[in-house]
Design a protein around this ligand. Structure first.
Ligand code: GAR
Length: 210
């Protein structure tokens, strides 16, 4: 049984999708803990109500990124994680933290990386006149929203779309590709060769949404 630790900062809808898929599909894994940098993250309630251990490491209580990341790593390590999942965890991570969990930490970002790393991705895609937008699951490297790509989902950008319209269309796909990617990692199907992620059984790493 592998241990999955999920980090959130807010709503936690991707975390919910992963918790539900793990249970429904009977993964050889359990969600060992959900950890937030904010006590107010509403996703913590969902986790607690599903009998999952929760913890808060408040970044405001630390005077440096290094100190916060060291404590966060210590708390995560307490759950003996095989996989660490960043699910809307809105913190820039230090290189030391990222290296500590290298190869077992995934992130989801709501754009077709390497386009639009950072914030306000949907608005920026609309303003750039993009016809496609989407989401990317990637292994975490020290560079923000960057790293070997596990899977991507693409959706159309429709004329008249607001930021909220596009965010909702992308989020629906996030809830499909993120559980799938976490499951692949848990089951040992992924390898990284020269920065390219391969699936051992050749599963499609592309999804088209509408
Ligand atoms: C998701 O859209 C996720 O892709 C994004 O935050 C949202 C969290 O929603 N993450 C990032 O922007 C990371 N750079 P959730 O809390 O409902 O899962």
């Amino acid at each position: 049984m592998k241990n999955i630790v999920i980090l959130i900062s807010g709503r936690g809808s991707n975390m919910e999708a992963i918790v539900n898929a793990c249970q429904r599909e009977g993964w050889p894994a359990r969600i060992a803990a959900v950890i937030s940098n904010k006590a107010s993250a509403s996703g913590l309630q969902f986790a607690a109500s599903h009998g999952i251990a929760t913890a808060v490491v408040d970044h405001k209580a630390f005077d440096s990124r290094e100190a916060f990341d060291a404590e966060l790593a210590r708390v995560i390590d307490g759950y003996a994680p095989d996989v660490v999942v960043l699910a809307g965890f809105m913190r820039i991570l230090t290189e030391g933290f990222v290296r500590h969990f290298e190869g077992k930490m995934l992130n989801i970002h709501p754009s077709l990386l390497p386009s639009f790393p950072g914030l306000h991705t949907h608005q920026r895609a609309i303003e750039a006149g993009c016809k496609l937008a989407g989401a990317t699951v990637h292994f975490v490297t020290p560079e923000l929203d960057h790293g070997p790509i596990v899977t991507q989902a693409a959706v159309p950008v429709l004329s008249g779309d607001t930021e909220a319209d596009l965010a909702a269309r992308v989020l629906k796909q996030e809830h499909v590709i993120y559980p799938q990617a976490v499951r692949w990692l848990v089951e040992g199907h992924l390898s990284i060769e020269q920065g390219i992620v391969r699936h051992a059984q050749g599963a499609s790493q592309v999804r088209w949404g509408d």
